[in-house]
Design a protein. Structure first.
Length: 290
């Protein structure tokens, strides 16, 4: 029985790693193909069949080029889009974390009437597609004559704040009640208990939710396309890439679009790699304690 059991375990282990490898390739291949396409010239992009690495059409030798990246960095619209996206994403994340942490502390640790309906209402707000609120929100912003950057920050709070509040509420709820009671015995106010005791303990959850909120604001396209239609200087990176025309007239700048997409994706990858331990800690803590 034991040899058969050992063989079965090895087969299951090999199958597990094989499936894991397929998933790994499936997830990374689009990013690899974007990098591969960004290092090709127009002639290399038109080669059939497509090559897995940049090759010279005449000799077949590997010959990558950085011309697409040079064109992208020379595009002022793209540079302005990066600046706008950075301002909007960081502002949205900061506001979502500040407001969401206050709300999560109240919903997770304080007692008040209507707590459960409030939680369900917050969860319901995340279920509406963006397109359903786009027209009404655009009319309100036009009536208030808000600048495009301000309107985007406030609009992104619609989907980042409910998510941040919901995740942080689960985390606050898992913290020991004894901490809150000890602070009350020592004479601390609820606000002092929040920012001196509870908030430092939520650092993993803050990093997790903050990073996810940042990614959502950085990648958002629909609101950005609509609200910057009358203010082109406020276009974010996704919109700037959509309007990308390239360096040559009447050319489909596929290589330059791929180069721009790679440059936009790199900051997100770096953030995830830097904060990966806190992200995992925040996700597991919320899952176990919530």
């Amino acid at each position: 029985m034991k040899p058969h059991k050992t063989v079965r375990q090895r087969i299951l282990k090999i199958g597990f790693y094989f499936i894991l490898m397929i998933i790994f390739i499936y997830l990374l291949f689009p990013f690899y193909w974007a990098i591969n396409s960004s290092l090709k010239t127009e002639a290399q992009l038109q080669m059939t069949p497509a090559t897995m690495v940049p090759r010279d059409p005449a000799t077949g030798e590997i010959s990558p080029t950085l011309q697409n990246y040079r064109v992208v960095f020379d595009n002022q619209q793209f540079i302005r889009g990066i600046v706008n996206s950075t301002i909007i994403a960081f502002s949205t994340t900061a506001l979502a974390l500040v407001a969401g942490s206050f709300a999560a502390f109240a919903l997770g640790k304080l007692r008040f009437r209507g707590k459960k309906p409030t939680l369900y209402l917050i969860l319901a707000m995340t279920m509406f597609p963006q397109v359903t609120v786009l027209a009404g929100l655009y009319a309100v912003i036009r009536a208030l004559s808000l600048p495009a950057l301000i309107s985007l920050i406030l609009s992104y709070m619609i989907f980042t704040l409910p998510f941040t509040t919901w995740v942080l509420t689960s985390f606050f709820r898992g913290l020991p009640v004894a901490l809150l009671e000890s602070a009350q015995v020592d004479g601390a106010t609820p606000f002092q208990t929040f920012y001196k005791i509870m908030l430092p303990l939520t650092a993993p959850a803050l990093v997790t939710t903050g990073l996810l909120a940042f990614i959502a604001a950085w990648n958002e396209y629909l609101f950005a396309l609509t609200f910057t239609s009358i203010e082109p200087t406020a276009r974010t990176v996704p919109v700037a890439i959509a309007y990308f025309t390239g360096a040559v007239a009447r050319q489909e700048p596929f290589g330059e679009i791929m180069a721009a997409a790679v440059l936009v994706t790199v900051p997100i990858v770096i953030l995830v790699l830097v904060f990966q331990r806190r992200i995992v800690a925040g996700l597991t803590a919320g899952a176990v304690k919530g």
